[in-house]
Design a protein around this ligand. Sequence first.
Ligand SMILES: *Cc1c(COP(=O)(O)O)cnc(C)c1O
Length: 455
Amino acid sequence: MSIDSTKILLNEDEMPRQWYNIQADLPSPMPPPLGPDGSPVGPDALSRVFPMNLIEQEVSTERWIDIPEEVLGILKIWRPSPLYRARRLEQALQTPAKIYYKNEGVSPAGSHKPNTAVPQAWYNKQFGIKHLITETGAGQWGSALAMSCKLVGIDCKVFMVRISFDQKPFRKIMMKTWGADCIASPSEQTAVGRKILAEMPDTPGSLAIAISEAIEQAVSNDDTRYALGSVLNHVMLHQTIIGLEARKQFEKAGLYPDVVIGCAGGGSNFAGISFPFLYDKIHGKNVQVIATEPEACPTLTRGPYIYDAGDVAKMTPFLPMHSLGHGFIPPAIHAGGLRYHGMAPLVSHVKELGLIDATAIGQIECYEAALLFAHTEGFISAPETSHAIAQTIREAKKAKEEGKEKVILMNWSGHGLMDLQGYDAFLSGKLHDYPLPEEFLQRSLAAVRDHPPIR
Ligand SMILES: *Cc1c(COP(=O)(O)O)cnc(C)c1O
C-alpha cells in the first residue's frame, strides 16, 4: 500500500488483539475519584452501578488488556475501519499537507460508540447481568448500546431526553428496531422522574435527569447495571482500538502523523485516536495532539481543572476533570454529543501534563467545514465530527502558510445522516454562534467552589 492509496486498509487478522491503557505510562498518576466526604472511593463503591469486571478495567494500570475473542468477533462486522486520504479536500485547500481521516462512521450505528458499547454489553453478560440501562440525549449512544445488547444477548433500556424523544424520532426507531425499550425522560418509572414530573409536567428533560433515572433503576435491581458511553477510563480504553489501527495503517504507508486531531465531548473518540500516539510522545516521539470542542461548551479551554460531579444530582463520585460546573446547561447547539459540562479525567489529566493542546470553535465555522468536506469527500459528517474537520482545515491552512508538508490525522467520529436539521438550519442561514459569556461561566462555577481541591 502506498501513500497514494485513497484507503489504507487492514485485514481482519491484523486487528489489534489488546486495548492500550495509558494509565500505565502517565508521567504522574491520576488523582483518585472522591466520595461525598472527600475521601477516595474504592472499587466497591461502584459495584451496584457497574459490573466488577468493568470496574477492574476502570482502575487497572496494566498497559495492555486483552480484547475477548467474542468481542473481536462482533467488532469485525465493521472493523478494521478504513483510513482515508482526503485528497480532494487537500486539493480544494491547495495545501501541501497530507490529510488522513479514520472513518468510524462505518459502524452499524454510524459512530465510534459501538467500540465500547459491544465490550460493555459483553462484560455485563459475562458477569451475569440480565438488563443494561443507560441514558441518551440525541440518541447516538442509546442506539449503539441497543445494537450491542441485541448482538450480545442482553436486555437494553434507554432513558431518552424528552425533547429529543419527541423531536428526533429516527434514533428512537433505530433503538426499537434493535429491540431496546426506549422511554422518554423524565418518566413515571422512577422516583426521581415522578418527582420532577409532579413539579414540572411540561419539562423537556435533560441528560442529567435521564442519568439519574437510569442509575436509580440500575442500582435497585440485582441483575441490572448501568452503562456510560464516554468520560470513564474503561470507555477511553475500549476506544484505543481506533488509534492502534491507525498507527498500523500509517506503518503500512510508511508514514507517521505530525498532528492528530479529534473532537471532544466526553473525550472518548479523541482518546481513542490519540492515546496510542501519546504513548509514542511520552517515549520521545514528536507529535502534536489537538482536542477540539464547541465555543458554546468550552470545557477543556475555559473550564478549570477541579473535582466535580458527573451529573446534576451528584449521584456520581467527584471526578478530577476540566469542568464548567455540574449545573451548567449549554446553549442548544446542534452538536448534541459535545454538550457535556465535564471532560474525561484521563483527557483532563494529559491536558494538565501538557501532552495535548485544545481549541474551541464556533458552530458556523464547523458547518462551513462540514460542507466543504461533503463537497470534496462526499461524506456528510455528524455535527460533533465537524469540529475535528474545522480544526483539520485550520492546520492544513497553517501548513500552506508555512510551506510545510505536514501529515494530519483526524478522527471522523460519525456520519450525520440522522442529524440533518442542523444542516437545514445552516443552509437556510438560521444558524448562530454562541460564545460563552464569562459571567455565565462564573455563575455556574460558583456552585462548585466548596468541592475539595485537587492535590
Ligand atoms: C457522542 C459523539 C461524540 C462525542 O463524544 P466523545 O465521547 O467526546 O467522543 C463525537 N462524535 C460523535 C459522532 C458522537 O456520536
